[in-house]
Design a binder for this molecule. Structure first.
Ligand code: TYM
Length: 328
């Protein structure tokens, strides 16, 4: 029986360590949306090699990331979880889409400028065409909605442009997807610098709470988090560090923003940080227990079932693309 539900697609890279920003900005919403939509959650290992990776570590991290999706609450009975390279249509559609992409639009991608460190001469071509692979990921599934953090918004806009251009030039082929960017938590900031997003590639590990950090580490990182001048715990544009910590508290406890501010009225930074560390640990502990809930054989079964299901849909879209472009 074919599903009548609309589709969502999202993914994360199996590089570095996933942090609480990835969870609050993206994975939390993947879980919340999986009942309402037909969901596809991909481990984007082809994206990972746009920067140098140790091959053995990459393979391990690919499987670890599947465990993290599951621990976060992605339910393999409801959602399709798969590894990008298990569905070769992703790489194939990337080629076709790269033939409709323009140098100028890829050059405008801020992530390319950041990750290429402004050195065009030495930056990898894969890093440059990275957003085209991301567009292929999304468009293969006739995706309605893409739950992402704010840093991926520009890539989603490019995806929409490529879909519209292809549809215009070759006839209606792709659904034009909408981003789902949460109103709060779409850009969790570094604990060490509230002007920067929390990032897997940050050299300063104290800026991020990793999903696999132990309780002592979490407490230490939160205690060391930079704060702003002032003493009250509330949202105020001139105090981004406290705003960031308060956002984390609000999302982790489920208390509204007003309730969170009210809760800390009259309390100081010390008490606030102690409580934020407690709620973070309370969230992470059961999460970390769930990371190993599946043995290797079960995990590999979930991923191969996922790849089979994903492939059946991806192949239809690619077949249509090849037909429309005269390739097949
Ligand atoms: P990646 O692996 O960098 O991050 C995974 C998800 O986490 C979000 N995110 C954040 N959200 C809030 N605060 C932060 N500090 C923060 N840092 C990261 C990201 O926005 C993302 O949603 N290119 C993507 C992976 C990808 C993808 C896709 C996503 C490949 N194909 C198709 C959606 C659809 C990436 O590198 O995410």
């Amino acid at each position: 029986m074919t599903s009548q539900k609309e589709r969502i697609f999202s993914g994360a890279q199996p590089t570095g360590q996933l942090h609480i920003g990835n969870y609050l900005g993206a994975l939390k919403n993947w879980v919340a949306l999986q009942d309402e939509y037909e969901a596809f959650y991909c481990i984007v290992n082809l994206h990972a090699i746009t920067l140098p990776q140790d091959p053995k570590t990459l393979r391990e991290k690919t499987l670890d990331l599947a465990r993290i999706y599951l621990a976060a609450g992605v339910d393999p009975e409801k959602s399709t979880i798969f590894i990008q390279s298990d569905v070769p249509e992703h790489a194939e559609l990337t080629w076709v889409l790269s033939c409709v992409s323009r140098m100028g639009e890829l050059e405008r991608m801020t992530q390319f400028k950041d990750k290429g460190k402004g050195n065009r001469e030495r930056a990898g071509v894969g890093l440059f065409t990275y957003p085209v692979l991301m567009a292929a990921d999304i468009l293969l599934y006739q995706t309605e909605l893409v739950p992402i953090g704010k840093d991926q918004k520009q890539h989603l806009e490019l995806t929409r442009d490529l879909a519209e251009r292809f549809n215009r030039d070759f006839g209606e082929t792709f659904k034009v997807p909408e981003p789902f960017i949460p109103p709060v938590g779409a850009s969790i900031k570094s604990l060490q610098d509230p002007e920067k997003k929390m990032s897997k590639s940050d050299e300063n590990v104290n800026g991020s709470i990793f999903l696999l950090d132990g309780a002592d580490t979490v407490t230490k990182k939160i205690k060391r988090a930079v704060t702003d001048s002032g003493t009250t715990i509330e949202f105020d544009d001139s105090r981004p560090a406290i705003g960031n910590l308060l956002t984390m508290y609000h999302l982790l406890t489920g208390k509204t923003i007003d309730e969170s501010v009210e809760h800390f009225r009259g309390k100081g930074y010390g008490a606030f940080k102690t409580e934020l560390a407690e709620v973070t640990i309370e969230f992470l502990k059961p999460f970390q227990e769930r990371v190993n809930q599946y043995d290797d054989a079960t995990l590999s079964g979930i991923l191969s079932t996922g790849a089979k299901k994903a492939r059946s849909i991806a192949a239809q879209t690619l077949g249509d693309v090849y037909k429309k472009t005269g390739i097949r």
